[in-house]
Ligand binder design. Structure first.
Ligand SMILES: *Cc1c(COP(=O)(O)O)cnc(C)c1O
Length: 391
């Protein structure tokens, strides 16, 4: 009898210990506990009004997002990839066009270019910010112009891991060669540059509300942020089969690209705690910096920008060994990205002859540590101490 009791006590102790030490890579559970009553009320309201598509939540969220960021207009759509596609569509990007994108990003950036019928031209990234290298962009545009086969049409800078790309340098190049700029802000909602929020930095910004992004829904969702109300009206048309405002007659090519009312309801609730969560992400990043400084290279800070901290990523020489050791210590980490885009089968036909050395090197050395607003200081200390012990 005694041994049974003892076993029971031990098991519950282990459970307690696990609770204290288990660290989530992204913690949607704790966030949900915080907002559950508000989410349930918002979802119940959708069930009550029954406008599952184009309910009042859509306009309400579009307005809330443009108020938050200062963007002229915001158009919700089905996901972040569609946001990129719609922006390319309205700019007339298609066959014969070169679209310059970084090679070190999520594959959606490149697949959207192919879906538009255009050709991706891969640009290398900066080794310390992980964002598009403006010097290499200039080189790649010149090469396209020299070759004369494609029209240099658009550049899609990506704000990797939350840090806005170098828009002032990219803008200079875009003006010089008459390139359109479409920002891929799928990872950077909450980031800032020169006093402006992501969504209001570039003329057009694609954002994703995939659940694991910093501002996410409970399904798929996305938005295009715009400096132009006319552009926004075109995207509203494209997302509804190219119809006019009556939705009865089609006036241009379009598709079904709407975000639904339930997803907008969820984002509305999450937006109400977003600034607090952003503060918590910055606190976590600053503590990671303080604990890791001197032991490894910490993520680059830029004077004119602040990151939305969707991810905290470091560069390590023995990345795979260290990741395994952290895994054995129950510390979850992820590799974004194992493979630069120009080495993927779908895009290798567009790989530059001499490769892209920084993107290739980063794919072998990058590692993302747990990052979310609900990491405790103790958990961050634990991650850093464990990491430093493995070096
Ligand atoms: C997530 C992501 C996308 C695509 O967003 P979805 O909503 O998943 O379509 C595009 N670009 C980048 C950089 C992303 O991280």
């Amino acid at each position: 009898m005694l041994t049974t009791d003892k076993a029971k006590i031990d098991v519950s102790l282990i459970d307690e210990m696990k609770k204290e030490t288990s660290i989530a890579f992204v913690d949607l559970k704790t966030q949900q506990m915080r907002i559950r009553p508000q989410v349930e009320a918002r979802l119940a309201s959708v069930l009550d009004h029954g406008q599952y598509i184009n309910g009042p939540e859509i306009e309400e969220l579009e307005k809330a997002l443009s108020d938050f960021t200062g963007a002229q207009d915001v158009v919700l759509c089905g996901n972040g990839t569609e946001a990129l596609e719609f922006a390319m569509m309205s700019e007339g990007i298609g066959a014969g066009d070169a679209v310059f994108i970084p090679a070190f990003t999520y594959n959606a950036t490149a697949s959207a270019v192919l879906m538009a019928g255009a050709q991706p031209v891969f640009v290398d990234v900066d080794a310390s910010t992980f964002n598009m290298d403006p010097v290499d962009l200039d080189k790649k545009v010149k090469a396209v112009l020299d070759e004369g086969r494609l029209r240099a049409a658009m550049v899609i800078p990506v704000d990797l891991f939350g840090l806005p790309a170098d828009y002032s340098a990219i803008n200079e190049i875009a003006v010089r060669y008459d390139l359109k700029i479409l920002a891929d802000g799928a990872q950077s909602f909450g980031g800032r540059q020169d006093g402006k929020w992501v969504g209001n930095i570039a003329p057009m910004t694609a954002v994703s509300f995939f659940p694991a992004k910093s501002l996410g829904c409970y399904g798929d969702g996305g938005a295009i942020f715009s400096q132009s109300k006319e552009k926004a009206e075109i995207w509203r048309s494209i997302r509804w089969h190219g119809t006019d405002s009556t939705h009865k007659t089609s006036i241009r090519p379009g598709t079904n690209g709407r975000m639904d009312s339930m997803q907008a309801a969820v984002v509305l609730v999450k937006l109400s705690i977003f600034e607090d969560e952003l503060k918590q992400r910055s606190r976590a990043a600053a503590l990671y910096d303080a604990c890791l400084r001197g032991a490894i290279d910490i993520p680059e800070r830029c004077e004119r920008s602040s990151s939305g901290w969707s991810l905290y990523s470091i560069v390590l020489d023995e990345r795979d060994r260290i990741q395994q050791a952290l895994g054995q210590a129950n510390i979850p980490t992820t590799i974004y990205y194992q493979q630069p885009l120009h080495q993927m089968k779908a895009f290798e036909a567009f790989a530059p002859k001499n490769g892209l050395p920084v993107s290739e090197d980063l794919s072998r050395r990058i590692l993302s540590l747990p990052m979310h607003p609900y990491l405790t200081d103790d958990q961050i200390h634990h991650v850093c101490e464990t990491l430093i012990a493995t070096l």
